[in-house]
Design a protein around this ligand. Structure first.
Ligand SMILES: C[S@@+](CC[C@H](N)C(=O)[O-])C[C@H]1O[C@@H](n2cnc3c(N)ncnc32)[C@H](O)[C@@H]1O
Ligand code: SF4
Length: 385
């Protein structure tokens, strides 16, 4: 009997927690550090992979993702050592996808060629805005010209290059976003991640927002308009929406993120990295030590993993739904029902179908455009049946 994770594949996530500066909106696990002992970090990643090898034998890795933080600040030697170790430990898909997140301020041609030699196949670059005023407001270290230059280098070295933009920024009107996004689609290669600015508590933006000093944010109506514009502009440029914030040319979807959204298994290594692993037929949630030094010391001595918890079938079914309904293609109903051990409630399904929030075809449950705007309510309805 096959395990449920096989429906989604197996990916390895490596977290690099350092950045050149901390952006005021960002609540990712990232730190500015004056001194980084690269050799020590390299050795710790390799030790962790060795530790997991025994528990996860017989796996085929479909993707590797270096996320952060700013992994383009890693030494290419470290990236090469990690990719080599993964290849030596597990069988890998013929077309293994290896993504590395990059900031435009840390891109040099030689370094990118070295990342390619290390085994990286795909770059995801955080450009965030295409005008200097907004880049400055977002606390970014690069200018638009530097972003273009960095993107050009990436595009010349790699076939698959994505970039991120944040919209619904301070002082941004829907028409500004339309123009900017149009420009972005002209620049883009095969993939775009477009995130609506979220004000996270505990960030500099969160603090400013709480005292009423984060001025000029668009109204909810304007933010909703920007979401609609996003769909319209991307669709007409051939970048299909395949997940709430992600658009790609057909076949160029990020395979690693698909592992998460299709509820596969993923190994999370590095400070604060989370994992979902099926070991001895039990799906586990894992969590690593959050602080870089705590993770490093524990990884060197015993294990960087801080927490390991079994997930009940109900937990798994909930997670599969939360992740899967973000996808345009939705989830497989028989798979969900197998995992949860119970059928979807008919009254809830019928109500959502009648309201035009979901559609069902070929045993796939999908959220419609209308349902996507109210995704949280759709999820609640489906889960409280
Ligand atoms: C963890 S960052 C890593 C990429 C890289 N360090 C960079 O900043 O270019 C991943 C992406 O999350 C997005 N992001 C981070 N914080 C966000 C927020 N508060 N609202 C919307 N998007 C956010 C940004 O677009 C960013 O590129
Ligand atoms: S947005 Fe990227 S560069 Fe900025 S602090 Fe977060 S991870 Fe670092």
């Amino acid at each position: 009997m096959s395990s449920d994770w096989e429906n989604g594949g197996f990916g390895v996530y490596i977290h690099w927690p350092f950045c050149e500066s901390k952006c005021p909106y960002c609540d990712f696990n990232s730190f500015v550090s004056a001194k980084i002992d690269h050799a020590r970090w390299r050795a710790a990643y390799l030790l962790e992979i060795e530790r997991y090898a025994a528990q996860l034998s017989g796996r085929v890795v479909s993707s590797v993702f270096f996320g952060g933080g700013t992994p383009s600040l890693m030494e290419p030697e470290t990236v090469a050592a990690v990719v080599d170790k993964i290849r030596a430990t597990w069988a890998c898909a013929n077309d293994l996808e290896v993504t590395l997140e990059a900031n435009p301020s840390s891109v040099e041609a030689g370094r990118f060629a070295a990342f390619k030699s290390a085994g990286v196949t795909r770059i995801s670059m955080g450009i965030q805005a295409l005008n200097n005023r907004d880049l400055q407001n977002l606390g970014r270290l690069h200018t638009v010209d530097e972003a273009y230059a960095a993107f050009d280098i990436a595009r010349n070295v790699f076939n698959r290059v994505s970039f991120d933009l944040i919209y619904a920024r301070q002082g941004q009107a829907p028409d500004d976003w339309r123009k900017e996004l149009h420009e972005a689609t002209q620049l883009a290669v095969d993939h775009l991640s477009l995130y609506q600015l979220t004000i996270e508590q505990g960030t500099a933006f969160g603090d400013r927002y709480n005292i009423g000093k984060l001025r000029g944010l668009p109204s909810d109506d304007d933010a909703a308009k920007m979401y609609d514009i996003t769909q319209e502009v991307c669709e007409s440029a051939g970048f299909e929406l395949y997940e709430v914030s992600n658009h790609a040319k057909p076949g160029s979807e990020c395979r690693h993120n698909l592992v998460y959204w299709n509820y596969g298994d993923y190994l999370g290594i590095g400070p604060g990295a989370h994992g979902r692993l099926t070991v001895l037929n039990q799906r586990l949630a894992t969590e690593s030590f959050l602080q870089p030094n705590a993770w490093l010391e524990n990884a060197e001595q015993a294990s960087g993993e801080k927490l390991r918890e079994p997930l009940s079938s109900n937990d798994q079914a909930t997670e599969m739904l939360l992740m899967g309904l973000r996808l345009e293609r939705g989830i497989s109903i028989p798979r969900w029902e197998r995992l949860s051990g119970k059928p979807f409630g008919k009254p809830a399904l019928n109500e959502l179908l009648e309201l035009g929030m979901i559609k069902i075809s070929d045993d796939q449950l999908q959220v419609t455009e209308r349902g996507r705007v109210l995704l949280n309510s759709v999820l609640q309805k489906l889960l409280h049946v």
